[in-house]
Design a protein around this ligand. Structure first.
Ligand code: KIV
Length: 296
């Protein structure tokens, strides 16, 4: 699905439809001090809209589980589900880099599984890179993926696949020893070769310390203002999620309310007979005679 870049422009510097964001360009964006914009997305029509809006990276997150498939966490999400949605997003992307999120147990079970599953994101899913959760313990795995020509985005801090180990979705790195460990994780992943790092759920000072400690782009989600870019979950951005949105999310629309209002109006119109109107029907004068009674 990745078409050749048609122009030399940097991400967002030219029309979103004529330049393709690449892994090296994201690194260059950090060097130029240009903020990187990432959104999660799970389907074709939404991906088309986000892609045309100038978003740099379309992340097919395993938050697919909570946001689209109705699971309570990301843990049940399978490779097949991820590939199904990654393919839809990749079919829509003309500008943005598509990153597929490696779901739980697609990489924790060993390098062989990890390389095979990561390769499937590129070969079958149309993604250009994968994301994996975890700190320095993933360094060897990152190297193995790079050996298989798979660019890797790291993800540290509040890593939802570790929800049970963390004892819930808790902000990480609040203690000085934990903060130092996160900086070490980031450095180890950079050394292993990740091209960028998602920093999730940590104090702003820790997000800043990590960003200063590495030279790859950091993409924050609940990690404060000093990261090189920001990522939001699409459903939080547009008001489509269940329950209270997280503290760090900013809602730019209330699509859930819009959908509810449209559905209520449709229910009313069908019940009172005002839908469909004559203008919304097909006619065939030659067969009018077969109708004995007319309703409504
Ligand atoms: O799955 C996801 O949505 C993510 C983002 C929160 C970074 O991993």
């Amino acid at each position: 699905m990745n078409r050749p870049a048609e122009g030399p422009g940097a991400p967002g510097e030219s029309s979103p439809s004529t330049s393709r964001v690449t892994v090296p360009e994201l690194r260059a964006a950090r060097e130029r001090g240009r903020k990187i914009v990432v959104l999660t997305v799970y389907d074709y029509p939404t991906a088309r809209i986000l892609d045309a809006s100038g978003v740099d990276v379309l992340l097919v997150g395993d938050s697919l589980g909570n946001n689209v498939l109705g699971y309570e966490s990301t843990l049940p999400v399978t490779m097949e589900e991820m590939l199904h949605h990654t393919r839809a997003v990749a079919r829509a992307a003309r500008h943005a880099l598509v990153v597929g999120d490696m779901p739980y147990l697609s990489f924790q079970t060993g390098r062989r599984d990890a390389v095979k599953n990561a390769g499937r994101f590129l070969k079958e899913g149309g993604a250009a890179a994968v994301k994996i959760e975890g700190g320095r313990k993933r360094a060897g795995l990152v190297e193995a993926l790079l050996d298989a020509e798979v660019p890797v985005m790291g993800h540290i801090g509040l890593t939802p696949q570790s929800v049970h180990l963390m004892g819930g979705y808790r902000v990480q790195g609040k203690r000085i020893d934990q903060a130092r460990a996160l900086v070490e994780d980031a450095k180890a992943l950079e050394k292993a070769g990740v091209f960028s790092l998602v920093l999730e759920g940590m104090p702003e000072s820790v997000g800043q310390a990590i960003t200063e400690a590495v030279s790859i782009p950091t993409i924050g989600i609940g990690a404060g203002r000093f990261c090189d870019g920001q990522v939001l979950v699409f459903h939080d951005l547009v008001g489509l999620g269940e329950g209270t949105p997280p503290k760090f999310a900013r809602r730019y629309a209330s699509i859930g309310d819009e959908i509810a209002s449209a559905a209520r109006r449709f229910v009313g119109d069908v019940r009172d007979g005002s839908f469909p109107s004559e203008a919304e029907t097909y006619s065939a004068p030659a067969v009018v005679g077969i109708v004995k009674t007319r309703r409504p």
